[in-house]
Design a protein. Structure first.
Length: 167
């Protein structure tokens, strides 16, 4: 019973960290839109807004914590494939290499797993387990939305993709 509780705490913490990464990405985008608006119009600025870049980097890194809840250390072939594909996509997203493609693939991957594992519509409405699975389903869907936000907006200033543009 104690092991199950520790596992649930791990899952809840990783998923909430991933959700906070998505919120951080939204805040970074909101800040990017408002940086051009200043009450001191016409005065020179100090340069690029590095706080925006750091927020994008942290949001991108925190967003991939969702996959840590899906890691299983079993000796089945399908579980091994899921772990290898997921970890490689997570590393690509964290370092910012081929970020849009990796985020798109991970969002598709998480969506398929989400519809398979968290099929809350298969449970009767009077069963309490339905509420837990429904919560997990929509939490995972929120992380998929954050990944799609990275696909739409890009990886940000501190990524290998941006660094390659300077070469």
């Amino acid at each position: 019973m104690m092991m199950l509780t520790l596992y649930n705490v791990h899952v809840v913490m990783c998923r909430n960290v991933a959700l906070s990464g998505g919120v951080l990405l939204l805040l970074a985008e909101n800040q990017a839109e408002t940086t051009g608006q200043s009450i001191f119009a016409g005065l020179p600025s100090l340069g690029e807004n590095s706080k925006h870049k750091y927020m994008q980097l942290s949001g991108r890194v925190l967003l991939v914590f969702m996959f840590l809840t899906l890691l299983r250390f079993e000796l089945s072939f399908l579980q091994l494939v899921q772990n290898v594909i997921g970890l490689s996509l997570v590393v690509l997203i964290a370092v910012g290499y081929k970020t849009k493609l990796a985020c798109l693939l991970l969002s598709v991957w998480l969506s398929v797993i989400n519809f398979y594992v968290n099929a809350w519509w298969n449970y009767s409405s009077y069963k309490p387990m339905r509420d837990f699975i429904k919560y997990d389903f929509f939490q995972t869907l929120s992380v998929v939305g954050g990944l799609l936000l990275v696909v739409a907006l890009g990886p940000g200033g501190y990524s290998m993709d941006e660094h390659k543009k300077k070469w």
